[in-house]
Design a protein around this ligand. Structure first.
Ligand SMILES: Cc1ncc(COP(=O)(O)O)c(C=O)c1O
Length: 496
């Protein structure tokens, strides 16, 4: 295994090294393509060609178009209980996703945000009820709660950057209805403790797997492991607690889970999301909700399909007289490129395209990426290991506390006193480390905290982490050679 890894790193290094040294010598090129954490990170050549082909095959855009069924018999049963003879691409994605995750039901939407809106609606979360969420989250999590008329209650985080069970218990009130269990950066939360708490207080668990598609865990949730919870039976109003025994993939532990296929997520079709559940009653209501949702407009779909294509041109020319940089800026200005989070959302407002169904055309891209999921995650693990071996001595890193879990290293966070400075200086070496996950307990950093119902001081650990975190890239377009360049840059900064 180690031998194979050395071979791999050697091969990647030599090819990349040759290319990079040519580029860095060329004054015209200006140093070549940036090493970047979030500029279309999952896009490979086949994704670009697929996007181009999909733009030309207009007949595939609308959901009434169909493809031959190639899923196992019996898995494509529609709401009436009959076997469907054909599936459109969005339905095909739902089928493949169900099979991958091992759940009974999956429903595709145009984003994780829409997926969460669907969940909150079918759980009938009403006005003034409280949803417990962790601080150090994206505004895409509190916003759907606020749009539903409910109230996000922020819980502080533990050393894995996930929700802290002790603070969680303190923040539960009679108005609490559900916990959103975010597995931050692909590292699983303390599932056992949280499930036990949810059981005690009769709360629903909504798993937020936006960062953790492919993460796995094996555990036994037992009350006696958690003396802090006693006497739980009184609080839960029941003395017949059944410990849950479970193991499996992230997204299969709670009542319902949602995933994101956003532009920089574990897999990507620029905008997309999925709800997964094993609960037939919820599934019935989710299907009804999905059917009532509109489909994205053709222009919106075109914007997303253009994303991988424009970045395929912009990235290699990023520093070529700044052409690539300008191209991205210009395409955003004339709205050929969409933004991951709009200005409106940073102020707590809903843009007009949530909630909507999954775009059939974007499902084509997502299906292709889903095929590459294991390869992507394996690569992320290798790059994270490489960082770990080379940085642990010099920097504080996130611990992975549960030995029986398999984390997805969606990003590799380290902590330092002056990450803002480091990001600035790394940029001069054409290393772009600004992924928006810093500076605030609700990211991106220019989010209006008041509109997110967050009060400064609510979650001191999360606020501190946000000030010291620096995320490193692990995606498929980062080679060991790139990771080494990042490490060299960080070590130089550290010595200065
Ligand atoms: C933790 C978390 N949850 C949910 C979401 C929402 O996903 P999407 O961007 O697909 O709406 C995001 C992404 O922005 C996220 O980071």
């Amino acid at each position: 295994m180690f031998k194979k890894f050395c071979q791999y790193s050697h091969q990647t290094r030599t090819v990349r090294q040759r290319r990079a040294s040519w580029r860095s010598r060329s004054p015209l090129w200006g140093g070549g393509k940036p090493i970047s954490i979030s500029l279309s990170p999952n896009t490979q050549k086949d994704d670009v060609f697929l996007a181009l082909r999909t733009i030309l095959q207009l007949w595939n855009w609308k959901s009434f178009n169909v493809v031959p069924r190639n899923v196992p018999r019996g898995s494509a049963i529609n709401a009436e209980g009959t076997l469907k003879s054909t599936l459109n691409y969005a339905e095909q994605l739902e089928e493949n996703f169900k099979q991958y995750l091992g759940v009974k039901y999956a429903f595709a939407f145009n984003s994780g945000r829409s997926a969460l809106m669907a969940i909150l609606s079918v759980l009938e979360i009403s006005k003034d009820e409280e949803i417990l969420i962790q601080a150090f989250t994206c505004n895409a999590v509190p916003n759907p709660i606020i749009w539903q008329g409910a109230r996000p209650v922020y819980v502080d985080i533990d050393e894995t950057l996930n929700i802290d069970p002790d603070d969680l218990e303190k923040k539960i009130t009679p108005k609490s209805r559900a916990i959103i269990l975010q597995h931050t950066f692909g590292v699983l939360a303390q599932i056992e403790k949280i499930l036990t708490l949810a059981e005690c207080y009769n709360l629903k668990i909504i798993e937020d797997c936006a960062h953790s598609l492919g993460a796995e865990y094996g555990f036994r949730a037992k009350r006696e492991n958690h003396p802090a919870l006693s006497p739980p039976s009184e609080r839960a109003g029941s003395s017949t607690f059944q410990p849950r025994y479970a193991s499996g993939k992230a997204g299969t532990f709670g009542d319902v889970a949602f995933f994101s296929f956003g532009r920089d997520k574990v897999i990507s079709c620029v905008y997309g999301g999925m709800v997964a559940t094993n609960n037939p009653d919820l599934a019935k209501r989710l299907k009804e909700f999905q059917e009532k949702c509109g489909s994205p407009s053709n222009f919106w779909t075109l914007q997303q399909l253009l994303h991988p294509i424009i970045f395929a041109v912009a990235l290699p020319t990023y520093y070529f007289f700044n052409f690539g940089k300008f191209l991205i800026w210009f395409c955003q200005k004339i709205k050929l490129l969409s933004k991951a989070v709009t200005k409106k959302e940073k102020k707590g407002e809903n843009p007009d395209y949530f909630p909507q169904k999954m775009s059939n055309a974007l499902a084509i891209l997502a299906l292709n990426q889903l095929k590459k999921l294991n390869k992507f995650n394996e690569h992320r693990r290798k790059i994270a290991e490489f960082y770990e071996n080379n940085l642990r001595e010099n920097f504080s890193v996130v611990s992975r506390p549960v030995s029986r879990s398999f984390a997805v290293s969606w990003k590799y966070p380290i902590f330092m006193a002056n990450p803002k400075e480091i990001r600035k200086r790394a940029k001069k070496e054409h290393i772009i480390l600004d992924d928006g996950w810093w500076g605030s307990p609700v990211v991106p950093p220019d989010t209006d905290l008041e509109k997110m119902k967050y009060k400064r001081g609510d979650c001191p650990k999360a606020e501190k982490i946000a000030k010291t975190i620096l995320n490193l890239p692990t995606h498929i377009n980062i080679s060991i050679y790139d990771a080494q360049k990042i490490i060299n840059s960080l070590k130089t900064e550290n010595e200065n």
